[in-house]
Design a binder for this molecule. Structure first.
Ligand code: S3P
Length: 452
């Protein structure tokens, strides 16, 4: 089957109940925490995507065995710094920033030299945001500029640090937290608000942590070298994967969707606040708390009176992976939507702010840009009739999925390349689209306009 799909028909009305793939952030963290626990942890409903499989492979290379029994992965850890790596080991984080950045922090005491590499996209991303603080702990790290490959050799003489994380990056914050866990003494982090899954893992595993929540940032104190026991964890659905189906429903006629058992951690649901401010009516039912994390069933219906938003930038971090589809909603809303301070979007698997703007302009939407602030001129009557082709050379999964949602809701004839990119985060994406009724095909057709 070719690595692209063709869409030339909008999706017909639907009323469905679905489950999306499991949460990627939680799956990767669960494996990394299990790899440092004492004993056999049991992780159920783990996302089986490339980023997560690469995490399993990475810990295996470091000497941690795992076994799959039914739907459960059993991972046997030997406590903090319980890895047993070979000399000159190479770990490949593939496409995953979370794996690449967090695994370095688990190697801060490793006696052996270990090299971290990644794919073309990850090799373009900024690793100095973690290598700089790790060097402050006393770790030896060599890198090529700010990027991969990175070579790390740990130290037995680490010292705790005080660090100000000012980007609102959960990967950066979590990397420092995990290094702090491996360092004697108290590390203090002042961190701009970002997803707090790592903090919740610390709490549920009873690892000493103090958190003071301020309006714009959190103060986190970690007293390191605390061993913790193995644990059981069931991973819920991913709000970032749900986002594509939420927007599919909002922008389709007479449709309704229920998405079962999704993680609705407050630091992840910026998209819901943003879309509800734009006149969507997205509701959570059956809300539960599990090991500090909240889950719910998400109810969403077609929206026919969407209005523009002046998006408060305090919501940026909690919607960071969802802006591409939020831009689509803005394009189909009444009025001019304003989004500010979106520079971090260009630090993702591809420069998503640039690509999002290019894609909107390709379909005829007026977008004004001043540095990292944009204005999207919405049009509730936006209907596409032309032919479009989307290729992104860094094979960004979210660019592929956003393009599919644009094609299925706005019309036009689309050729969307790099279908395999969904394997990194949401392997079931196409199957779920088909289940809801999307007509997708793979037949050849010549299409001229091209987005690179
Ligand atoms: C993630 C944090 C975010 C997000 C990424 C996953 C995490 O990245 O974009 O998909 O699991 O911590 P940043 O921390 O770089 O913003």
């Amino acid at each position: 089957m070719p690595n692209k799909i063709l869409i030339n028909k909008k999706i017909s009305e639907f009323k469905k109940k679905i489950e999306v793939s499991s949460d990627k952030s939680l799956s990767i963290r669960a494996i990394l925490f299990a790899s440092q626990a004492v004993g056999k942890s049991k992780l159920s409903n783990l996302l089986e995507s490339e980023d997560v499989i690469n995490t399993l492979k990475a810990v295996k290379k470091l000497g941690i065995n795992y076994e799959k029994k039914g739907k459960t992965y059993e991972i046997e850890g030997f406590g903090l710094n319980g890895f047993n790596p070979k000399n000159n080991l190479i770990i490949n984080a593939g496409n995953s920033g979370t794996l690449g950045r967090l695994i370095l922090s688990l190697l801060v005491r490793s006696e052996k030299k270990i090299k971290l590499i990644g794919d073309k996209s990850l090799s373009k991303r900024d690793f100095s945001r973690v290598t700089v603080p790790l060097r402050n702990f006393g770790v030896n790290i060599e890198s090529k500029g700010n990027c991969l490959p990175v070579e790390i050799q740990g130290s037995n003489f680490l010292r705790p640090i005080n660090y100000y994380e000012n980007k609102g990056s959960a990967q950066c914050k979590s990397a420092i937290m995990l290094a702090a866990l491996n360092t004697r003494g108290i590390t203090k982090i002042k961190a701009k608000k970002s997803r707090n899954h790592t903090e919740l893992f610390f709490k549920f595993l009873k690892i000493p942590i103090k958190i003071i929540n301020k309006k714009k940032y959190d103060i986190i104190e970690i007293n390191g070298l605390h061993q913790y026991d193995c644990f059981n964890y069931i991973i819920p659905g991913d709000i970032s994967s749900s986002a594509f189906f939420i927007v599919l429903t909002l922008l389709s006629k007479n449709s309704e969707l229920i998405i079962k058992k999704v993680n609705i951690n407050k630091s992840r649901i910026g998209i819901i606040s943003i879309l509800n401010k734009m006149n969507a009516n997205i509701i959570f039912k059956n809300i539960k708390t599990y090991k500090g994390e909240k889950t719910a069933d998400i109810y969403v219906k077609s929206a026919n009176k969407l209005k523009s938003i002046n998006c408060p930038s305090k919501l940026n971090s909690s919607a960071i992976d969802e802006f591409l589809v939020i831009f689509l909603v803005a394009a189909k809303s009444k009025g001019i939507s304003i989004f500010k301070d979106l520079g971090e979007l260009n630090e993702k698997e591809s420069p998503r702010l640039n690509i999002g703007i290019e894609l909107l302009r390709m379909i005829g939407v007026k977008v004004e840009r001043k540095k990292n602030d944009i204005k999207i001129h919405g049009n509730p009557n936006l209907i596409l009739k032309d032919k479009y082709s989307v290729k992104n050379f860094l094979k960004d999964h979210r660019v592929f999925m956003m393009s599919c949602i644009a094609a299925l809701t706005l019309g036009g004839k689309w050729e969307i390349h790099d279908k395999d990119s969904i394997k990194t985060s949401f392997p079931e994406f196409i199957n779920i689209l088909k289940k809801i009724g999307a007509k997708l095909n793979w037949k050849k057709e010549k299409i001229s306009s091209l987005l690179l």
